[in-house]
Write a protein that binds this ligand. Structure first.
Ligand SMILES: [Zn+2]
Length: 168
């Protein structure tokens, strides 16, 4: 374990094999996108005040976690549970989700094809926040880390990040 007050370390990890292809629509103030999909990219950055075994973290510890989160979202429609304009009714028994947007757009989709997230909109910012908060829990025992950053991209050069400062 190496610690020097003038130094910090960072690790950046993305893997072209770890991505998720999902459908979504963003709800704007006065508009709503039609359903469409992206092949979302995922990047994780960690900052540490010291290394452990000469590493911020072993890539092999992070990659399975990234694969797991990507597979939970892959080939599904991402629905935001916390959007006031959207009413989502789930009927697990009949494998059905009814989506009602401002009483003007209605969708009915199989429950098994959806993932309903605790986010307010399916923007890359909100998806990044959702993943970052899950990652924060996963990393809670790594007291040497000072921040984490999750970046989700819709296209090349079109991405957003959520950064969480860790109070260790
Ligand atoms: Zn989109």
């Amino acid at each position: 374990m190496k610690e020097n007050n003038s130094q910090t370390y960072s690790l950046t990890l993305s893997d072209p094999r770890i991505h998720f292809s999902s459908a979504h629509f963003v709800i704007g103030e006065k508009y709503c996108e039609g359903i469409h999909g992206h092949d979302y990219s995922l990047k994780i950055e960690l900052v540490a005040k010291k290394t452990v075994n000469d590493m911020v973290m072993d890539f092999l510890d992070l990659k399975p976690w990234m694969r797991k989160i990507a597979s939970e979202l892959d080939h599904r429609m991402i629905l935001p549970a916390n959007n006031e304009e959207l009413k989502i009714t789930v009927n697990e028994e009949s494998n059905k989700v009814e989506v009602n947007l401002r009483e003007s757009k209605f969708y009915e989709i199989p429950f098994s094809d959806t993932v309903i997230l605790p986010i307010s909109n399916s923007t890359v910012e909100e998806i990044a926040r959702y993943i970052a908060e899950k990652l924060e829990i996963h990393l809670k025992d790594h007291k040497e880390l000072t921040s984490l950053k999750v970046t989700v991209g819709e296209y090349e050069n079109q991405e957003a990040s959520c950064i969480i400062t860790l109070n260790n």
